[in-house]
Design a protein around this ligand. Structure first.
Ligand code: GDP
Length: 369
């Protein structure tokens, strides 16, 4: 057991019970030497995604390095922030290497979801973004869904090559790789790190049972994702704790919905219609009249309208307005990177506006659900 044993890295008392608390280490790791907590393990071996900020330049160098190898590229994206977590220009940088697109966090979709539909949707979105992939796989690294298929697909497309795993931060790359290590790695083999040209950042080579290896790379921070702009406390609120419970609002024109002080949805003009909000329930929605919205925000931001709380409001860029016209007969989502999306299935069309912190990506796409 972990009783009385301290981490050789940071000195914290080890425990096996709660992975979210300090000192957590899986029981299996107790046979490794030196015995360290999971946090130290991840810092040591993974450049701890949340702690490392890889800028665009270094990230592109990294991808170019991947392009100079003969490998299989696994790009992990987050289904809850699909547009925001896509790596633009990926195929250009990784050259002729095949790309497998692993779409994580499918546990956030409603239980009744038709996964084939989602795969087709992802394929169309990827194609539209100019990303040619050999395969799309859905999974949940956290809930262990679709993992067998991930392994199958990797085996199928690897042809003996190394696998480079790339992704933006917070997409679940560490969770997925930890699962690969737990289930498939050769725990006796050394994890080795190697530097890639022109930077001091480490790539982590993880040997698997079958003699192949997987190479983990640092994640890229995209400032166009709301999840990268908020603090840790609000980040937990932005990410749904379980399957998203969509909220339907029947709105008349000239009505506004606030999402805390994080974003605002204006229904400016159109027939009375319903809008379905796919946003974490920890972010409180507040309805008001459009004409009242500016004053309400000024009076109640950080209080009635939270998260964030008042003290954290200054960290967030000011809200900026995106005008959106929904044509007649549309079935689309308006996505706000990191916050979620609003499904608009509109016979009559609508004139909308989204107010989001400056820099946050707002996009209209074919509806996901
Ligand atoms: P990384 O920055 O890409 O390495 O991402 P992490 O593995 O650290 O995960 C980022 C956050 O997403 C953490 O809060 C994870 O618990 C969460 N997460 C990872 N995988 C999943 C998943 O499959 N489903 C859900 N709902 N959350 C996930």
């Amino acid at each position: 057991t972990a009783a009385d044993i301290r981490c050789a890295g940071c000195g914290v008392l080890l425990q096996h019970e709660d992975a979210s608390l300090l000192g957590y280490t899986p029981e299996k790791a107790m046979s490794r030497e030196p015995i360290i907590c999971q946090r130290c393990f991840r810092i040591k071996n993974y450049n701890e995604a949340s702690g490392i900020t890889l800028n665009q330049d270094d990230f592109l160098k990294l991808l170019t390095h991947v392009g100079s190898t003969q490998s299989l590229v696994v790009n992990i994206v987050d289904l809850f922030d699909f547009e925001g977590s896509m790596i633009s220009g990926l195929p250009r940088f990784v050259g002729n290497n095949p790309i497998v697109l692993v779409v994580n966090k499918i546990d956030l979709l409603p239980k009744v979801t038709n996964y084939n539909r989602i795969v087709n949707w992802v394929q169309r979105q990827a194609k539209e973004a100019g990303l040619k992939v050999v395969e799309v796989v859905l999974c949940s690294a956290k809930k262990n869904m679709g993992f067998e298929r991930v392994i199958e697909v990797l085996d199928q497309h690897r042809h003996g090559r190394d696998i480079y795993v790339v992704g933006a931060t917070n997409v679940g790359k560490s969770t997925l790789i930890n699962r690969l290590i737990r289930d498939y790695s050769d725990l006796d083999a050394e994890l080795t790190t190697s530097q890639y040209p022109g930077t001091t950042l480490d790539l982590v080579r993880i040997p698997l049972d079958d003699g192949s290896s997987i190479i983990d790379t640092p994640g890229i921070v995209y400032k166009h994702r709301l999840t990268e702009l908020v603090n840790k406390k609000d980040l937990m609120k932005l990410m749904p704790a379980g399957p998203i419970k969509p909220v339907v609002f029947q709105l008349n024109e000239k009505q506004t919905i606030f999402f805390g002080s994080l974003a605002r949805f204006d229904f400016i003009q159109g027939e009375r219609q319903s809008f379905t909000f796919y946003v974490s329930n920890a972010v409180t929605a507040h309805r008001t009249k459009l004409e009242r919205a500016d004053a309400l925000y000024d009076e109640h931001k950080g209080e009635l309208l939270s998260p964030p709380v008042k003290a954290d409001l200054d960290e967030l860029p000011k809200l900026t307005k995106h005008a959106i016209r929904i044509p007649k007969g549309s079935d689309v989502d308006v996505s706000i990177s990191g916050l979620g999306w609003i499904k608009v299935n509109s016979q009559a069309g609508a004139e909308l506006a989204i107010h989001a912190p400056k820099g946050v990506k707002v996009a209209v796409r074919e509806s996901l659900i």
